[in-house]
Design a binder for this molecule. Structure first.
Ligand code: SF4
Length: 592
């Protein structure tokens, strides 16, 4: 029995018919907790097999968890959809105020069906949903402006989230993102393009409900335990001080920072765009997601003079962390911090995933260097390492899609290389562009086998960095370690806990916190549920044609030495085979 009755409320929205209704789904929340567990089930229910990613039948599901708005760092929302980028499971996580707003509006999940025939934005205020005309917002060049207009014109300030897309989502770029609260994103796998296909420019959600607590004394005790760990542990201090940007120099020193399309794994000018330099010269403020005492979001203030105007400046506030520094810094050979920030700013305004965009630009640069794509095809843009102005021009053309090359680049490196060649240096796994870790085999295997093809699925780079692989873990052990981590992360993603707090939310604490929310799961139960959610995700992937047999491995990762030496293709494929055997032996290929 759930203590908070509203968690099991699922809000269904039909954009085609402009109607909404609420269904009680205790069946899902009682069994799969919330977040990713519930969203995966709703995706199975709503998404017909092999449906076109841009068809009205492709749903969007948002889900939060039983600890959302109850305990610190349960601050994220899960989005699920069929990905336009990979053609299978689309899952993306975002913080800001999104999770608390959904919970305070009285929902555990929101399902969006159908498509509108005209641009609109949704306004969900408590138990009411409004379909508002967005014709004036459609086509606007900057998602920042869209957010500002909605902030001023839509009621519900306070616990309100504003999710919106930029031009890239409208133009169906397969790696377009959805931004919330300006600086947070449902970044990967193209949720922005699914919004665009539904003519959905934005969603505003607000609510004023409160959550009942049965055992106040015990609640206070567990709350304080989590809060204290969040504000005093050295691991969390790192996220507050420099943020993940702190990783730039150690990873570079280690020899695992992908540079110039991974032609190298050390960037000779990394110190010019390190977390330390950005903090010292540009840090303007830090922000936190709702209900998070850590505040890891670092915002740079970039001051630029207006031309021909003495003492007049425009100041842009630009968020940064490790992944943009890798994808738009070292990967493109950019060491000028102002240039790097300008590139991030434009990409954020257009609403693209920064990792995919950086890897696409890196591939295009090498392809142009090798004569695979001519300057005629790039429409006069001469891409060269470090030239941030040329990269800004190229990204604008990717968004506007004026010719076949830019249309191909708008579908990612896997697709572009299938059209133009250069697959050996097209750095994508399972069609998703690689994250910033060339730390050893486990980093790449983790992304290959991860259900989302994300470094956050199972953090293989952590396995490399701990030196476990170096101490000669055999392929079975690597497969086992990655699967164990990914399955526990399904529990955290069902709650939905920020992964930065994974060292705090260990199984025993999760079990105690859940008890206070009305769920009685032992640590053993939780691990079993995590395994089942993982299999359910793979059932969706297999149903949509994904296979671990024919997975493409870019040769570049084998050529450029990692800190563990040159990677062996045989080792990587053997680990993938073990993962496949495990999944098949557990029935992950069987349909529901
Ligand atoms: S640690 Fe950072 S990303 Fe995680 S909830 Fe807090 S502010 Fe958001």
């Amino acid at each position: 029995m759930l203590r908070d009755d509203t968690l099991a409320n699922v809000l269904y929205i039909d954009l085609s018919q402009k109607r909404f209704w609420i269904e009680r789904r205790q069946d899902l929340f009682g069994k799969y907790i919330g977040g990713t567990g519930v969203a995966t089930q709703l995706l199975h229910e709503e998404c017909p097999g092999n449906c076109d990613v841009f068809a009205p039948e492709n749903p969007i599901v948002f889900a939060v968890g039983p600890l959302t708005a109850m305990f610190p760092l349960a601050s994220k929302t899960v989005a699920m959809f069929k990905s336009p980028h990979t053609g299978n499971l689309g899952e993306s996580h975002c913080g800001g105020r999104s999770a608390v707003a959904i919970r305070m509006a009285g929902y555990g999940a929101i399902v969006i069906r159908g498509a509108s025939d005209m641009p609109l934005y949704l306004a969900i205020h408590g138990n009411q949903a409004y379909f508002r005309d967005a014709a004036a917002l459609w086509g606007m060049g900057s998602s920042f402006t869209v957010g500002r207009i909605l902030r001023e014109n839509e009621p519900g300030a306070g616990l309100r989230t504003i999710m919106r897309i930029g031009r890239a989502g409208e133009k169906l770029i397969s790696y377009a993102c959805v931004s919330t609260e300006t600086y947070r994103h449902f970044g990967r796998l193209g949720l922005g393009a699914v919004f665009g296909s539904k003519k959905l420019k934005a969603i505003v959600i607000s609510g004023k409900s409160s959550l009942p607590v049965a055992d106040k004394k015990q609640y206070r005790k567990v709350y304080d335990e989590i809060h204290k760990a969040a504000v005093t542990s050295p691991a969390m201090k790192k996220y507050h001080d420099l943020g993940t940007a702190e990783n730039v120099l150690p990873l570079n020193e280690f020899g695992g920072l992908p540079t110039r399309n991974l032609e190298e794994a050390k960037f000779e000018r990394a110190s010019e765009i390190s977390g330390e330099v950005l903090a010292e010269h540009f840090l303007g403020r830090r922000l936190a997601c709702s209900h998070c005492p850590v505040g890891c979001i670092h915002i740079a203030a970039l001051r630029e003079p207006y031309e021909d105007e003495a003492y007049f400046y425009k100041t842009s506030m630009i968020s940064y962390d490790y992944e943009p520094i890798y994808a738009l810094g070292s990967m493109l050979g950019i060491s000028n911090p102002e240039g790097f920030l300008k590139l991030v700013d434009r990409i954020e305004a257009w609403g693209l995933d920064v990792i995919s965009t950086g890897v696409v630009l890196a591939w295009a640069t090498e392809a142009q260097e090798r004569g695979i794509v001519s300057e005629k095809k790039t429409m006069g843009v001469k891409l060269s390492w470090g030239d941030y102005a040329a990269y800004i021009d190229a990204v604008e053309l990717i968004v506007e899609q004026p010719n076949k090359l830019y249309q191909a680049l708008g579908r990612g490196v896997d697709h572009a290389a299938s059209v133009y060649g250069g697959e050996e240096f097209a750095l994508a796994f399972g069609k998703n562009e690689m994250p910033g870790y060339h730390t050893g085999p486990a980093a790449h295997i983790g992304v290959l086998i991860g259900a989302r093809h994300s470094h956050l699925d199972n953090a293989g780079y952590g396995l490399d960095q701990k030196g476990l692989v170096k101490r000669q873990l055999c392929p079975e052990e690597v497969a086992e370690a990655l699967l164990t981590e990914e399955r526990w992360r399904q529990v955290l993603s069902s709650l939905v806990i920020c992964f930065f707090a994974r060292g705090i939310y260990i199984p025993d604490l999760v079990s105690r916190a859940l008890h206070l929310a009305g769920f009685d799961f032992t640590p053993k139960d939780l691990k079993e549920i995590g395994g089942e959610i993982h299999r359910e995700k793979y059932r969706f992937k297999f149903r949509e044609g994904f296979s671990l047999d024919n997975i493409r491995l870019p040769k570049r990762i084998l050529e450029t030495p990692s800190p563990t030496g040159r990677l062996a293709e045989g080792f990587i494929r053997t680990v993938v085979d073990h993962v496949k055997k495990t999944l098949l032996s557990e029935g992950a290929h069987n349909s529901l």
